[in-house]
Design a protein around this ligand. Structure first.
Ligand code: UDP
Length: 490
């Protein structure tokens, strides 16, 4: 605990998958007796005001951002409102936050009689913030909301272009042999197209290289779950690496319109047998195609001993200016037969109370895109996974979970995957039924739940690995401040 309240400044990228874990981390840091100053663009700050618990005194500060200056639609300050092809433009545009962020640190320093904040915690995309922090003698860390394994693959890919030194579809990373063999279908479109000279290659290479100037990396991850990737960064960057996760906070939500209340959901789940429900959701942004929706629905109709909660979104290519009616995208009579008559399914439109669902004992598996927050939420509740990675580092997460941890079966890959309902039926039965594989996965998921409990334990003098890591990070920041009272030296 700090002797007096020190200021810690946090700056996440403008996407739900970043804002939510940053805010959850902010709340943990605040509980340890620090003042948190949470910085973002105006529209995100306005939304976040509704997400903060009333007991929190986290300060939310705006820095200006004009999306129209970057060929983005007016008011586009969050990936939520952007089609996938414009997300990189928002990533790139965020470099324009550097001057106002610098001004903000300068103002904070002046307001505190020349004492700069203790630390800046910035997003993986904001490597430029290292320079700003160090200019003021401030300790700087990157906070990764991605797994260390996923981020290590991503880091290696952008630094070793072209990715493949072979014509084969299988390839490996020269500086990350522990990660094993990859397949080209595990590369997101921008990575597959990258040759080293295209805008994403140039941006990510430059950005990732700045990480080794940072004072360390915080991960929303757990040592015993993600050791391969954590070891990679320790070796590669020679920096301190602190896995402080899982940082979960069910109360922090995006302000997205929930399709159902948590109470209604729980009431529905209460009526279902233990481990009988498959929860289906693809994170905060992703959706599937109309034909994939159809095939998935057919599979769900056929597995008559499985119940499901399905977060349904307008399919890929849907005209969002028109009204979305889920029944128009499902097999004819599906809702009447499966939802109304058999009472086997709960269709939730757009947004579900995910943590509450995953925490319910009737949930037996989670069909997920393997976004890291979803993975941590499921594992902390002991729920085995059916993986359908769709983009970014989700492919690498699925690989880690299936091949290294044994808690996931990959059932589909990518947004163009040709989903066949017969195959899906087989996979659902494998995971949710009494197969050896299903039993093994449930056992492993149970072990993960215990492992995570141990990692976050802070009781009776026993500290778990994630608590120790958080202590280590805060002590390193305090120590640096002590050492560099008269200017920053690395
Ligand atoms: N989420 C939710 N309800 C939904 C969909 C998503 O609460 O219907 C939350 C989920 O609990 C997780 C986050 O949104 O905390 C999604 O993050 P993740 O890293 O899994 O995926 P991303 O959206 O970043 O691809």
């Amino acid at each position: 605990m700090a002797e007096r309240k020190e200021n810690i400044v946090m700056l996440p990228f403008m996407a739900q998958g970043h804002l939510i874990p940053f805010l959850a981390l902010a709340l943990q840091i605040e509980q340890r007796g620090y003042n948190v100053i949470f910085v973002n663009t105006p529209l995100n700050i306005i939304k976040l005001q509704q997400s903060l618990p009333p007991t929190s005194s986290i300060r939310l500060l705006q820095i200006p951002f004009n999306s129209s200056d970057h060929d983005l639609p007016p008011g586009a300050e969050n990936t939520d409102v952007l089609p996938p092809h414009l997300i990189f433009s928002l990533v790139k545009a965020s470099i324009s936050l550097k001057p106002p962020f610098r001004q903000l640190i300068s103002d904070l320093t002046t307001q505190h009689g020349g004492a700069p904040p203790l630390c800046v915690i910035a997003d993986i995309f904001f490597g430029w913030s290292v320079e700003v922090a160090h200019e003021f003698g401030v300790f700087h860390t990157i906070f990764s909301c991605a797994s260390a394994f996923g981020l290590a693959c991503y880091y290696s890919l952008w630094l070793n272009l072209p990715h493949r030194n072979t014509d084969s579809a299988d390839f490996s990373f020269p500086d990350f042999p522990e990660s094993g063999l990859f397949h080209t279908t595990q590369l997101a479109a921008n990575m597959l197209a990258a040759d080293g000279n295209d805008p994403p290659s140039i941006f990510h290479r430059k950005n990732n290289l700045t990480w080794s100037n940072s004072d360390g990396l915080l991960f929303n991850s757990v040592e015993a779950l993600d050791g391969i990737g954590l070891a990679y960064f320790r070796r590669k960057l020679g920096r301190q690496v602190w896995p402080v996760g899982p940082i979960l906070f069910p109360g922090v939500r995006s302000g997205k319109h929930a399709g159902i209340t948590a109470e209604k959901c729980i009431e529905w789940l209460d009526a279902k047998p233990i481990n009988s429900v498959l929860y289906i959701s693809f994170g905060s942004n992703n959706t599937i195609s109309a034909s994939q929706m159809m095939q998935l629905a057919k599979a769900l109709e056929q597995v008559t001993n499985v119940n499901f909660v399905w977060v349904v979104r307008p399919p890929l290519g849907f005209d969002i200016t028109t009204e979305f009616r889920a029944e128009e995208w499902l097999p004819e009579g599906f809702i009447e037969r499966v939802v109304d008559d058999q009472k086997r399914g709960l269709i939730v439109v757009q947004w579900a109370p995910q943590m509450e669902i995953l925490s319910h004992k009737s949930v037996g598996s989670f069909l997920t895109h393997c976004g890291w927050n979803s993975v941590l939420e499921a594992l902390s509740r002991g729920v085995p996974l059916m993986g359908w990675p769709m983009g970014a580092e989700q492919f690498f997460n699925a690989k880690l979970l299936a091949e290294e941890i044994g808690v996931c079966v990959e059932v589909a890959r990518g947004i163009k995957f040709e989903l066949k309902h017969e195959d899906m039926v087989e996979k659902i039965e494998l995971v949710m039924g009494q197969s050896e594989k299903g039993k093994e996965m449930r056992k492993k998921a149970g072990e993960m739940k215990e492992m995570i409990k141990d990692a976050v334990r802070d009781k009776e003098g026993i500290k778990g690995s994630s608590v120790e890591a958080m202590d280590g990070f805060l002590n390193a920041a305090l120590l640096t401040k002590e050492k560099t009272k008269n200017g920053y030296t690395q």
